[in-house]
Design a protein around this ligand. Structure first.
Ligand code: ZN
Length: 351
């Protein structure tokens, strides 16, 4: 099957955020069997601030690399680029920009505009997908309900709302997720699902399973790249007619390596102690959010904690120093810190 002829991206961009109002063909009768990933990284300036935008999309497996590159160029053309896109049209996973949501949580909202008319209950399928990531305990997608906000993050312009919506894409694309990063900090994501596919939900006939695809895209939204594990939700290929609605062990491992283990996760919980050597120790905070004064209250050997913030500025905690000196307010799971100790010590984690 060739790439279906579709509206030019220039026309899409010019038609504002909800191009599905344009005359889209009816649902594709012959859905291809397999979709793989493609993506790219863009450098964009917005309101004077440089951002990195990571685009991840699911695209028909059988389209040529040339066609994929054309699609990616079309998406890149929506953005005010400050340098050439870094394209990853290959099958391999590529590493995201080590960026994460600062509070291990992000609110998302759903805009039903342009949804396929025949679909019902898709709101629940989407929320279930988000909540599947929450169940691992390390990260929270907060359901902010319905929104009128668009998916401008996929068109070069953010609006502060992390929106999941429907929008036509270039012929072979199922869905795209567009994540914006400033420094090491995620700032916004939007997700666009092309309504023009054979989407199915619930427990009946399975076409392109919305919950499975959105579960994968939410993984990108929280900052995960792909996995080589065929059982993983973050595996780079999806097959029509299959359900992939459950996180695999590999997905949970990726999530917790990024955001820290759940504080109540039983046998797999974060270690309750860790060792510091005399001098400077670089460590990744292995526990839940906690103020450094609380974390080290039983350990006078700890004389300073330093961290780089998203703006590249050093923040510090010095025990006993006045508040205006201590501008490192909280230790965040999975983030790097320099800890200076006057002697070697085993720290018991205080929650
Ligand atoms: Zn993907």
């Amino acid at each position: 099957m060739g790439i279906r002829s579709k509206l030019g991206l220039a026309a899409v961009a010019a038609s504002a955020l909800w191009p599905s109002l344009l005359a889209a063909p009816a649902a594709r009768a012959e859905a291809p069997a397999s979709y793989r990933t493609a993506g790219m990284m863009l450098q964009v300036e917005r309101n004077g601030t440089p951002y990195t935008v990571v685009i991840e999309m699911l695209i028909e497996s059988e389209v040529s690399e040339e066609a994929v590159a054309t699609t990616l160029r079309g998406i890149a053309a929506r953005f005010p680029l400050t340098s050439e896109p870094t394209v990853n049209a290959a099958h391999d996973a590529f590493t995201l920009d080590a960026s994460r949501w600062p509070d291990s949580r992000v609110a998302w909202a759903y805009n039903p505009t342009g949804r396929p008319a025949a679909l019902g209950g898709e709101r629940d399928a989407v929320a279930t997908a988000a909540n599947s990531w929450n169940a691992a305990g390390a990260f929270s997608f907060v359901d902010a309900g319905a929104t009128g906000a668009g998916t401008g993050g996929c068109h070069g312009a953010t609006d502060g709302v992390n929106t999941l919506g429907w929008a036509n894409q270039d012929g072979s694309v199922l869905a795209i997720t567009c994540g914006w990063y400033s420094g090491a900090r995620s700032t916004e994501f939007d997700m666009e699902i092309d309504p023009d596919w054979d989407w199915t939900i619930g427990s009946g006939r399975v076409g392109v399973d919305l919950q499975s695809v959105v579960l994968h895209e939410f993984g990108h939204a929280l900052g995960l790249a792909h996995s080589d594990d065929r059982n993983a939700v973050m595996y780079s290929t999806y097959l029509t007619g299959t359900l992939r609605r459950e996180l695999a062990h590999d997905d949970v491992a990726a999530l917790t390596s990024m955001y820290g283990a759940a504080p109540t996760a039983g046998a797999a919980a974060a270690p309750s102690t860790f060792a510091l050597q005399a001098g400077a120790n670089l460590l990744t905070w292995p526990s839940a959010h906690v103020a450094p004064a609380q974390a080290f209250s039983q350990h006078p050997e700890v004389v300073a904690v330093y961290a780089l913030d998203a703006a590249g500025r050093w923040r510090q905690y010095l025990p006993g120093a006045p508040a205006y000196v201590n501008d490192l307010a909280v230790l965040e799971p999975g983030m790097p810190y320099w800890v200076l100790a006057s002697a070697s010590v085993t720290v018991a984690i205080q929650r």
